[in-house]
Design a protein around this ligand. Sequence first.
Ligand code: PFF
Ligand code: NA
Length: 450
Amino acid sequence: MKEQRGAFTSSFGTMMAVVGSAVGLGNIWRFPYLAGVNGGAAFLLLYLFLILLVGLPLILSEFVIGRATHRGAVGSFKQLAPRSRWYLVGYMGVVAGFCILGFYSVIAGWSVRFLYDSVINANAGQSYDEIAASFNAFKNTGWQPILLSAGFLGLTAFVVFKGVEKGVERWNKILMPLLIGILVVLCVNSFTLDGFGAGMSFLFSPDFSKITANTVLDALGQVFFTLSLGMGVMITYSSYVVKPENMLRSKGIVTLIDTSIAIISGIAIFPAVFTFGISPTQGPDLIFLTLPNVFGQMAGGQYVGILFFLLITIAALTSMVSIFEMMTNYMMEELKMTRRRAVLWLLGTLCLVAALCAQSQVEGSRLMIGRYNIFDFLDMLSSNYLMTIGGLLIVVFAGWHISEKRLRKVFTTNGAYNNRIFPVFRFVIRYVSPVAVAIIFLSKIGLIRG
Ligand code: PFF
Ligand code: NA
């Protein structure tokens, strides 16, 4: 028997769910470290430019597809392009979901571990090297990271099991305002630090000499990751929206919130980093090693640490829920499973993938694919290949396959909104975004890496 298809019940709930998917480790962990290694403000400007050129048009394209069909990542393509291979784009999204959830849940598990450390105030007065050593010891146990990521996946599965309205929408409606509240507190605290000026000028006065070909590519990739694009998650969420809405406006707001949260994370992080004379160019360790070190030295740092790692934990959960829901929806609609069965299957297989990821990080582990350990391999495969190719195909599908009439009808909600902007939108998704996305993709496979 087919279960009823879920739907979001309010525009606020829809907004929070979409924002919950977008706002994640990408904003709080990835954006600040990328900005840190790419010259701060110069990176920020490029990123903003690319958000407008690629990010907003692509999130709108995914919304048009989902709203036109009210089906998920695979079903949408089957309906809009029957007797063709376009549905493979949806399958690619499902595969990408496995890869991303595998390593993302491990990182989410780390944030729980640092949250616990903050609660027991374990890092007070410790040096950077001591913190790094204890983090490595934690990773090398193998079972501790596995247990935490499995627990995190379990919580994700629980939310998704509750359904679109009582699970996804309800949890996002509570957690996202909480997240924004925590961020505001952290940001205000940042104003009181000695390094506030130095941190701000790093983030806001651009040094254009730092922009290289690689900076551009990093910024483009970040745009994809941060808005959850290219894998059908936004198609699935948009298929749950049943009320008419001004699509350009609501997706514009989502994009604005996601971007603001990345910038505010920068404001919460860089002044602290400068106050304690730590280099902002650490890379991926910026959050997980540098910040515990900073909090260990800061007055009231224990509480700042608790709030900060709680923030990351919430952000990660709502993003994981969106991927998990996309995959559950696929299994329900295409494989005709019940929600319960789909969720249990996914939970089981994903725990296995996550365990492999965590285990591959243990020193001397032989869980390698080529020269990558499994963790890095899945990260690379999903963000370098699956998301970029998927994004390119989706934007080409919306721009070139869907008829102008149909595209206009959905984009303008039957002529109610943004009629004049429609031709601009169509031009951008036909010509501008595909070219830009093609550049990212070619660069990622190393053809034009400069
Ligand atoms: N947008 C999320 C972030 O910024 O952390 C990550 C993400 C979520 C990527 C969902 C892809 C996805 F389908
Ligand atoms: Na994001």
